[in-house]
Write a protein that binds this ligand. Structure first.
Ligand SMILES: Nc1nc2c(ncn2[C@@H]2O[C@H](COP(=O)(O)OP(=O)(O)OP(=O)(O)O)[C@@H](O)[C@H]2O)c(=O)[nH]1
Ligand SMILES: [Mg+2]
Length: 450
């Protein structure tokens, strides 16, 4: 019984009005009954969910691999609800973000410059070179004015060529490297469900200035010749968009799903993706996927997750046998992957974990092996005189990974391995479907439910 003279403010707040008519009172009581029912239903649902989770804990998958191995791209192809929401939030802002993507991957990180002095006397690129120096300065100005961190960076990676630009006060270099294009992206990604305001005119300012110049630079014979001579294969770089400049730098450009999958988005820290999947013979299963940063300095952050996960999905980019990791030019990317793989297979913390191997970037490997000048044996001594074709090379790598696994594995676990090109989202979704099934069976049997 409520005491209306009570000094209890809660009782005063929930007390019915003093002059309540019988009709109002009836309606209020009916409303309160409905509210009580709803509250009880929610409590029951929460309890049932808690019990279900205790019986069937979520499947936790840690996605590992060196930087640029395709971890995030694999998760992108899952297109979970959370991810789709995130992509949809990103999509409207992508047009003015694409120029950023052009820089680090396609046009060169640590780029070095072509000196006017090193160029033939009468060549078109000399003109372009002068123009671009002006453009570099202009872009810096434009980006300051826009105040949104866009800097269109026209850098041209020319492998080992080292160039200075003495006659100009502002070099491309100074324009391009004052700013980390990922920084803004990263912040945006972290707050990915909050869309930034879309300001299309920002993009077009830069487009009008740069689009034709980029196309001219990229299609210039001298540039292509220099790149070929120095064996710089920009097209093989992740997130390569130079062939699409005309399309992406146009007004009204909307990034396609494929563009988003191809865009390079470096992960920092650990990102968590939760989603539910229907199973053929039972209720939905909760999945948690952890996407980590693959660069060397960030790998210590993986360890706390080792004890908690059910499965590790390891991405090994096998096309990278002739590449070096960005963090240290002397470390071959395949060797780095072998080393990581060995560490995971041997780890005592992971003896309870199912390991799945994706030998990724098979499309790039096939493309690479078509170039007769690239021989696997030049980079992998054990390869010996085997034929340099796709089948032999993939079998060789597969065996190498299997051997390391068998040597490190103390539990006689089964290794699930797949050849993948995770940019092919349809094929990846199918592979992941099979993987989920295998994981789930093991998960359920481990929990004693099978
Ligand atoms: N052609 C091709 N490109 C791929 C493949 N897998 C990934 N990529 C590209 O490689 C780049 C890097 O992929 P990410 O998924 O961001 O790599 P990551 O392992 O998450 O890298 P970090 O976040 O730095 O650890 C992206 O531009 C992808 O589009 C593949 O199988 N084939
Ligand atoms: Mg990533």
């Amino acid at each position: 019984m409520l005491n209306f003279n009570s000094t209890d403010t809660f009782a005063q707040n929930v007390a019915p009005p003093l002059l309540e008519t019988p009709d109002v009172r009836k309606a209020r009581i009916a409303q309160e009954a409905v509210a009580l029912e709803t509250s009880k239903r929610i409590d029951a649902e929460l309890k049932a969910r808690r019990i279900a989770l205790q019986k069937k804990p979520p499947v936790k998958v840690l996605v590992l691999g060196q930087s640029e191995s395709g971890k995030t791209t694999t998760i992108k192809s899952k297109r979970t609800d959370a991810y789709v929401r995130c992509l949809e939030a990103l999509r409207p802002t992508m047009p003015h973000r694409f120029p950023n993507d052009l820089r680090p991957s396609s046009l060169g990180t640590g780029a070095e410059f072509m000196a006017a002095d090193n160029l033939p006397e009468h060549c078109e690129i000399r003109e372009l070179h002068h123009h671009y120096t002006w453009l570099g300065a202009r872009c810096l100005e434009v980006s300051r004015w826009l105040d949104i961190g866009i800097k269109f960076t026209l850098t041209l990676q020319l492998g080992k060529i080292r160039i200075a630009l003495p006659p100009y006060p502002v070099t491309f270099r100074s324009c391009c490297f004052v700013w980390d294009p990922f920084d803004e992206y990263r912040r945006y990604w972290n707050a990915s469900l909050v869309p930034l305001p879309f300001q299309p005119h920002h993009n077009s300012v830069l487009d009008r200035k740069c689009k034709d110049d980029i196309i001219a630079l990229w299609s210039d014979d001298t540039v292509q010749d220099l790149l070929a001579r120095h064996n710089v294969k920009l097209r093989d770089n992740p997130g390569f968009f130079l062939d699409d400049v005309d399309r992406i730098a146009s007004r009204g450009y909307e990034p396609s799903d494929k563009d988003i999958v191809r865009a390079r988005l470096r992960t920092l820290g650990v990102q968590e993706y939760r989603f539910s999947l229907d199973t053929a013979d039972g209720p939905q299963t909760e999945w948690v996927m952890y996407d980590v940063a693959g660069c060397r300095t960030q790998r210590a952050a993986w360890i706390p997750y080792f004890t908690d996960v059910t499965t590790i999905l390891f991405l090994a980019p096998i096309s990278a046998f002739d590449e070096w990791i960005h963090e240290g030019r002397r470390v071959n990317r395949l060797q780095d992957t072998y080393m990581l793989w060995q560490m995971l297979c041997e780890s005592r913390l992971l003896t309870h974990v199912q390991i799945i191997l994706f030998m990724n970037k098979c499309d790039l490997l096939a493309k690479k092996l078509k170039d007769k000048r690239i021989k696997v044996r030049d980079y992998v001594l054990d390869f010996g005189s085997r034929p340099n074709d796709f089948k032999t090379v993939t079998e060789f790598f597969h065996k190498a990974f299997k051997d390391i696994f068998k040597k490190g594995d103390k539990q006689e676990r089964r290794l699930y391995s797949h050849f993948t090109s995770v940019v092919d989202t349809k094929a990846t979704a199918l592979t992941l479907f099979g993987v989920h099934d295998a994981i789930l069976k093991r998960h359920i049997s481990k929990a004693g439910l099978l």
